[in-house]
Write a new protein. Structure first.
Length: 245
């Protein structure tokens, strides 16, 4: 049996590239309304649940849009590592809205007339960027910078962190911590004027990545004053946690 015409082409397309919601597996949608809903939540502070961040001095406020539960994890994983680059539209829009909401909090620590806020992506490993054929952390940072600009807040992406190398065999705890850590590139020192920086990453679990990023920028004119992530393992604190359920 042979078929022809546009309908056949569509059916063939479905056969070759089945589309399903990466959050719940619903058929024939790029993502479903239910799995999109968490991305419309306002970003909330989440650093208190991340052990590596609570030790930072000065402390780094971290805002997270969603809790890293099954559907949220599914969407992020599909975007990063299953070739669902189309999800960048969903996640980029969420990051942009979230940055716009965070802007007033940053305004309280950035002097009027100061240099534009540096939006600094936590870099992916070079091998990951090569495999994906795209610099996804940078895409998130671009979206965040757009969100700050939406609120009239001058902001620019400054990709001043370069990925660290893997730990050498036999390295101690401190060595492993240092070995995987990003480094500040020469670009971090380009401007003599200090810039407040918003770090951007996809997820926070222990907070080690953000802590290392802040550590790497210590001593440069790029001064982290906050971080914004798509999702956090502990979930953002949505008001008092007592008296529920
Ligand atoms: Zn879904």
């Amino acid at each position: 049996m042979t078929e022809s015409g546009p309908g056949a082409a569509v059916r063939l397309g479905r056969l070759v590239v089945p589309v399903e919601c990466p959050g719940c597996g619903a058929d024939d949608v790029r993502w479903c309304d239910e799995c999109e809903a968490p991305w419309w939540e306002p970003p909330l502070r989440c650093e208190t649940g991340a052990p590596r961040l609570s030790a930072l001095d000065p402390p780094l406020p971290v805002w997270s849009i969603a809790e890293l539960d099954g559907p949220v994890h599914g969407v992020i994983a599909a975007w990063k590592d299953a070739g669902r680059r189309d999800l960048g539209a969903l996640l980029g829009a969420a990051m942009r809205r979230a940055a716009a909401e965070v802007a007033p909090a940053l305004a309280s620590v950035v002097a009027p007339g100061a240099a534009p806020v540096a939006v600094v992506p936590c870099p992916a490993r070079a091998a990951h960027t090569r495999r994906r054929g795209a610099d996804l952390p940078r895409a998130l940072a671009e979206a965040a910078a757009a969100g700050l600009s939406d609120r009239g807040f001058p902001a620019a992406v400054r990709a001043v962190l370069v990925p660290g190398r893997g730990a050498s065999r036999g390295a101690g705890d401190r060595g492993r911590w240092r070995a995987g850590a990003p480094r500040a590139s020469r670009d971090a020192w380009v401007s003599r004027e200090a810039s407040a920086a918003l770090l951007v990453d996809d997820v926070v679990t222990t907070g080690a990545t953000l802590a290392r990023a802040a550590d790497a920028l210590a001593g440069t004119p790029i001064v982290p004053v906050g971080a914004l992530v798509l999702a956090s393992a502990q979930g953002p604190s949505r008001g008092p946690s007592v008296g529920r359920g």
